[in-house]
Ligand binder design. Structure first.
Ligand code: PA5
Length: 429
C-alpha cells in the first residue's frame, strides 16, 4: 500500500460506498483494456528512466536562460496549455523565479493585435523561440511561427538557427520538414502520446524548465502517481474513484462540472484540465461540460448561480493543504474596519475556512461536491495531480463509451474556416 497523495471524497450527496461494488468490475475491465488503445504511451512513460528525457531538456533550458530574456512558445491546445499551467501554478505571482526567465505564448489565437504587440515587446529583449506542434500543420501556431521565424531571421541573421527550437513528431509533418531543412534543434513528441496528454514530454517540460520549474520534482511526482494509480481496484485508486463519482453524477442529470480552486495561480491549470476533459469526453452528444471557477473571486461573480441557479452542476474542489507564502492579518489599533478579530489568523487560514464555508453553503444549495485534497502545492504534487487527472479522464471517457484520445469534432471548424479562406469570402471586417 502507498501513501495517499490525492484524497478523493464525496462531501455531500447520496452516492455511498455501494458505488465501489457497482463499478468495481467495469473499472477493472477498462483499466486492463486502456493500455491497448492507441495514444496511451503516457500511461507508463513516467516509470521509465528519465535521464534521456530530462538531461537534454535541462541543457537547452540552461542555454536559453543564459542567452535570452524571453522564451516565446508557439503552440495551441495541448501544445501550450500544460506548459503554461505548470509555469503559472509554481512561479511567483509577481516577477520571475530564481534562475528562470520570462516565457510568453503565441499561436494560441489569431489576434493581429496580440501578435503585433508581442513583436514590439520583444524588440528590446533577447529572444529564443520554441515552436511546438505534433501535427506540424495547425493553423494558429503555423501562422504565428511564420511571423516569428521571419522576425528572428531579421534580428539574428545566421545565428537564428541556434535560437529556434522545434518540438514536433519524430518523422512527419510540415514543421518537421522545415526544422530538418533549416537545421533547427528538435525535441520529439512521442508518436504514442496525443496533444492533451503530452504535458510530461518536452512539450511541457522545456518551457517549464526555462521558467525555472524543478522538472525533476515534477516527474518524480508523476512517477509516483504512475505507480500508485496503476492499481486496478477502484477502492484503492483515487483517480478512478473521482472518474466514477463524476460519471454517476452525470447519470443523475448533472451536466456541468465546476473545477474550483482557492489559489489564483491555478487558473491556467484549470484551462489545461478543461481542455483535457472537454476534448476527451465531449463526443457523440455525451459528456460533462467542464467549467472552472477560482474562489473566492468567482463567488462574487457566479456564486449566486451556483447557490441558487439551475441545478445542473456539481463542483470539484481542489484543495492544497500547504501553500508556500502566507501573510498574517495585521493588528490595527484603530480597528475602524472592525477586522481585529481576524488578526490572530493568516490569509491562507482564512482562505481554507472560506473553502469549508463554500462547501457547506453549496451542499445546502444541493450542489454535490467532490473534494480532491493534496498535501502541498509544489512541483512534486503538481506532477502527481497532472497524471491523476489524465488517468481519471481516460477512465471517465471510457465509462461514457467514447474514445478518450481522438477529437474528431475539432476538425469541423477547421474545415469551415479553410473553405471560407480559400473562397476568399469575408464575413465581417
Ligand atoms: O489534444 C490535442 O490533440 C489537441 O488539442 C492538439 O494539442 C492541438 O490541436 C494542437 O495540435 P498540434 O500540436 O498538432 O499543433
Amino acid at each position: 500500500m502507498f501513501a495517499e497523495i490525492v484524497k478523493t471524497t464525496l462531501l455531500n450527496c447520496s452516492l455511498d460506498d455501494r458505488y465501489l461494488v457497482k463499478y468495481k468490475d467495469r473499472v477493472k475491465h477498462i483499466h486492463n483494456a486502456l493500455p491497448h488503445y492507441p495514444l496511451t504511451g503516457w500511461i507508463d512513460s513516467p516509470l521509465q528512466n528519465q535521464e534521456g528525457l530530462l538531461t537534454p531538456i535541462e541543457r537547452v533550458a540552461n542555454e536559453i536562460r543564459a542567452c535570452a530574456d524571453v522564451l516565446v512558445v508557439v503552440g495551441v491546445g495541448g501544445s501550450f496549455l500544460g506548459a503554461r499551467a505548470i509555469q503559472e501554478a509554481l512561479m511567483p505571482y509577481f516577477g520571475l523565479a530564481k534562475g528562470g526567465i520570462e516565457v510568453v505564448y503565441v499561436g494560441l489565437n489569431m489576434s493581429g493585435a496580440y501578435i503585433k504587440e508581442l513583436l514590439t515587446y520583444l524588440d528590446t529583449k533577447q529572444v529564443y523561440v520554441n515552436v511546438i506542434s505534433k501535427s506540424g500543420g495547425t493553423m494558429e501556431p503555423a501562422l504565428a511561427f511564420r511571423v516569428m521565424r521571419l522576425y528572428m531571421e531579421e534580428r539574428y541573421g545566421e545565428k537564428v538557427t541556434e535560437r529556434i527550437i522545434v518540438t514536433t513528431d519524430a518523422d512527419k509533418g510540415i514543421l518537421k520538414g522545415i526544422a530538418d531543412k533549416a537545421g533547427y534543434r528538435q525535441f520529439t513528441i512521442p508518436a504514442d502520446v496525443g496533444g492533451r496528454y503530452s504535458v510530461l514530454t518536452p512539450v511541457g517540460l522545456l518551457p517549464a524548465a526555462v521558467a525555472g520549474v524543478d522538472i525533476r520534482a515534477l516527474m518524480d511526482g508523476a512517477r509516483y502517481a504512475a505507480t500508485e494509480l496503476a492499481e486496478e481496484d477502484l477502492g484503492h485508486n483515487d483517480a478512478y474513484k473521482y472518474a466514477v463519482m463524476r460519471h454517476m453524477l452525470y447519470e443523475q442529470g448533472y451536466t456541468i462540472e465546476l473545477l474550483a480552486s482557492f489559489e489564483p495561480g491555478l487558473n491556467k491549470f484549470h484551462e489545461w484540465w478543461k481542455q483535457l476533459f472537454g476534448e476527451s469526453e465531449g463526443k457523440e452528444h455525451k459528456g460533462l461540460y467542464p467549467s472552472t471557477v477560482n474562489f473566492s473571486t468567482d463567488l462574487h461573480a457566479v456564486g449566486q448561480f451556483i447557490q441558487e441557479g439551475s441545478r445542473v452542476m456539481f463542483e470539484t474542489l481542489l484543495h492544497f493543504h500547504e501553500i508556500e507564502g502566507d501573510l498574517a492579518v495585521p493588528f490595527d489599533a484603530r480597528n475602524e474596519d472592525g477586522l481585529n478579530y481576524l488578526s490572530t489568523r493568516t490569509f491562507n487560514e482564512i482562505n481554507a475556512i472560506s473553502k469549508q464555508g463554500t462547501a457547506l453553503a453549496h451542499a445546502e444549495g444541493q450542489v454535490p461536491v467532490i473534494q480532491l485534497e493534496l498535501p502541498k502545492l509544489d512541483a512534486y504534487h503538481l506532477g502527481y495531480l497532472i497524471y491523476f487527472f489524465m488517468k481519471a479522464c481516460a477512465m471517465s471517457a471510457c465509462l461514457l463509451e467514447v474514445n478518450p484520445f481522438d477529437q474528431p469534432g475539432v476538425e469541423a471548424y477547421k474545415h469551415k474556416m479553410l473553405e471560407l479562406l480559400k473562397e476568399e469570402k469575408v464575413i465581417s471586417k
